[in-house]
Structure formats: structure tokens, C-alpha cells
Design a protein around this ligand. Sequence first.
Ligand SMILES: Nc1ncnc2c1ncn2[C@@H]1O[C@H](COP(=O)(O)OP(=O)(O)O)[C@@H](O)[C@H]1O
Ligand SMILES: O=P(O)(O)OC[C@H](O)CO
Length: 498
Amino acid sequence: MAYLLALDQGTTSSRAMVFDAGGRVRGVAQAEFVQHFPAPDRVEHDAQDILRTQFDCAREALANAGIRAGEVAAIGIANQRETTVLWERASGRALAPAIVWQDRRTAAECERLRAQGWADDLRARTGLELDPYFSATKLAWLLDTLPGARARAERGELAFGTIDSWLVWHLTGGRLHLTDPGNAARTLLFNIHTLDWDPVLLERFRIPAPLLPRVVASSGVCGETDARVFGAAIPIAGIAGDQQAATIGQGCLAPGMAKNTYGTGCFLLMNTGAHAVASRNRLLTTVGWSGVGGSGVCYALEGSVFMGGAIVQWLRDGLGIVRRSDEVEALAASVADSGGVVMVPAFTGLGAPYWDANARGTLLGLTRGSGAAHIARAALEAIAAQTADLVEAMARDGAAPLCELRVDGGAAANDLLMQMQADLLGVPVLRPRLLETTAYGAACLAALGCGLWADAHEIEAGWRLDRRFEPRWGADRRGAARARWARAVTCARGWAGS
Ligand SMILES: Nc1ncnc2c1ncn2[C@@H]1O[C@H](COP(=O)(O)OP(=O)(O)O)[C@@H](O)[C@H]1O
Ligand SMILES: O=P(O)(O)OC[C@H](O)CO
């Protein structure tokens, strides 16, 4: 029997899962790691923590499955995207903590570049917004801040990578410096039409070309692990950003199909096939993947929301009104409605479709009757409302109306939130039994890439429905809720800049 090892390196935890050739889960391990917030606008990870937790989890998942590394046909990698690591090629040592996708330290630099009138050309080349979310300004910040880094980068002594590249480098004992087009497409340095690093962008962001990884297909054998890492050399046959991997794992392989992941943030991706659809409503155009089942590049329209399940973390760690994330459901369900309380969770600005780095978190409508339960309910409603913003922006972009939304991620376990989502969207929400669709997607890429699976239809065999949430609200109620949310967003916008 051949097995697949999926590495899912997420924002708050590293996960590894072993699947058998039939797509069934055989072993799982997960480890949270420390989030560093050295300043209000900064979010960092220790790059070494990422390696340690990810590789330990992989060993533990293999042990849980009761198999040896030699029985693994291939590894698939899915990773938190945009997070930026700069390391020394000679030692493999990161020169600084990884700058996480949520980090806003380059907001002023983005403003400066916007004032130079670059945003439109940048969007045309990369499909992205000029925003601190993406890697380019984070990398430039490291090169400008670390003594000698820029000169060393020009001499070819340093390597840049998103987390996939960082993992592959260390999985292969420093032999391979690779990424896939989906991850590359999140850097602001990659041209999504030529499918290569763009010399104009490298010059604009002052990024020396010797830093960059080679771009390989998302599915296909691109190398093998150093036998010392897991005890045997294992082919690496899949690489994708975690949201792209989840799109695959949800079986959204046909144009028009969409999934939403409720993790730290919320990420709604709609498959647009071989066409890079340019958004007129500030959604992102991104590469989904390449080489799946022998086909070329598949693009997606994406809406990225910075605070999803992280709002619940804040209720837990910041406000202390729940002890565990899953307690939020009972607390929110203890009241019939939010009592007029509306939360706009713009803690780190607003992502799509607003892209307002100066928006800030806002609680509106508080009265003497408001309590923890109303705030908890408003928090869940805010997650659903942000997702509705994305679906509406996709519809304004001319996408065919959604007939269903497939959901996953940690917060998708929350039945109340999923029901709110169906009510607010007016379409059924479908939750699969396996919520770890990211890891499953990574395993699918690897299975196809190493030839264990003959074609992409095998992916659907692993997707089974857990629960379908039917919308219950009429158009009037939906309209009123959406109008109230829109007024609240107006209040939150621009706050930090005023
Ligand atoms: N029952 C729940 N209700 C709401 N949010 C939840 C629930 N369980 C977990 N979460 C939230 O989901 C997030 C974790 O989801 P996960 O998919 O593991 O995230 P990531 O991949 O971003 O690390 C956390 O932010 C947590 O607060
Ligand atoms: O690790 P997650 O699930 O929070 O996903 C993070 C995204 O890839 C950021 O773009």
C-alpha cells in the first residue's frame, strides 16, 4: 500500500496528515506555535519554530499511521501564503523572524508607492492590490533594515521564499530552492500572465533577482527529501498555497465552483479556469495551480478577509469572554440576536473588497442591555457579513451566481456561524466531513503529481457531505442586515488615518 504525506503549514499551527491511496486519513498530528506581536502593526513567526513543528508533526503523523517513511509515495505541501523568509544559503539560517501575511509594517511604504501611481499597472501584472499583505514590501523592508543584506543578496548569498520554499529548502538539505506559481503569485513580483518573475516589478521593489526561487508546477515530482529528515528519501510531488490547496481539496475543479475557508482569516476562492478574470471590484486575480492532471494553469478570483476565526481568538485571549474557541457558539446562541450590536473586525485594516489599511476594529450599537453574548453573536455575524461582501463583489464582477458554497477551516465547525452564512447569502452552505481540505488538497496534488492517481476525478471520491445548511431568511431580512453592515463598515473606515 502506498501512502501520501500532507504537510499543512498554517498561520497558527503546523499540521501533518497521512492519507492512504484511497484518500482516507490514516494519521494526524498538529502543533501550535508562538505568534509574536513585537509592535501593534507587526506579526512575526520564528522560522525555526515553523520547521521544528512541521517536521515533528510529520514524524508523529507517520508514527500514528503506523507506517515508515519508505512507504510514503509522495509528499504534498500546503502553506500559509505571503509570509516572507530571508535566509543565508550557506547555513540555511533565517536572517530575521518571518514577516507574517497579517503584518502591516509596510503600510506607509505602500502609500508612498501608491502616490507614485503604480497601483493600476501592478494590478494588471500581478492581479493583486498594492497592500502590505503581500511579500514584496516585506522583503524590501528586510533588505533595507538588516545590515549588509542588500549587498549580500546581490552577491547571491541569500535566498527569499514564502513558507513552501523555506520548507522545501530544509526538506532537501538545502539542495532545492523552489516555489509553485500559486505561491509566487502572492508576492507582487510574479507576472500572472507570463507566469514568470517580472523584471519591471523586481526593479520597482528593488529586489535582486538572485534571491528568487525557481518556479515549478504545483503538481509533479520536483525533487526528493534528504533521507536524514524522515529516515528515507521521499519524492516531493505537490506544492500549493493553503487556500489553493483547499480549493482543490473541496473538489472545486470546474470554473464557477467556490469554497470559503474560515481559519485565522477567511478566504473565498472561485475557480475561473484557464482565464485570469480581472476584477473591477477589488478582488484578487490569482493563480490557483498548474500541472493538475497534466493540464496547464488554472486561475481563481479570490476575496481575502484578514480577521475570520481570529476574531474568536480575540474574544478568548483579548476579552476573556470564552475559555475555548468552540465555546463561542453556545454563548452566541444564548441570545436570539445581537441586540443591535455590530462588530467590524478591522483589527489589522480591512482586506477585500475595501483594502483600507487605516480601518480599525469597531463595536457599534452598544446599550446598557448589551452583554458578552451579544458581542459574541456580533462577532460571528461579522465573519458571515465579510464573506457576503466577497460573494457580492464576485457577482458584480460578472461571476455566475453561486448555487452553493463549500466551507472548511477551524471555524466552519461552528453550526450557528454556518447557518448565519446560509441565511445571509441566500444559498446553501455545504460542509464536508473532512474539514482539513487543505491537507487533503496537498495530498491530492502529490497523488496526481507522482502518478499514484491517474486523473483528477479521484479527488471527488474523497469529498463527503457532513451537513448542508439551507437559507431561511427572506430577501427583506437579508437586505436589512446587509444595509446595517454597510453603515457599520463606513464608520470603521479610515479611523487610524484620521
Ligand atoms: N467552534 C469554533 N467557532 C468559531 N471559531 C472557531 C471555532 N473553532 C476554532 N475556531 C477558530 O478557527 C481558527 C483556527 O482555524 P484553522 O483552520 O486551524 O486556522 P489556521 O489554518 O489559520 O491556523 C482560530 O482562529 C479559532 O479561533
Ligand atoms: O494559514 P491560514 O489558513 O490562516 O491561511 C493564511 C493565508 O494563506 C494567507 O493568505
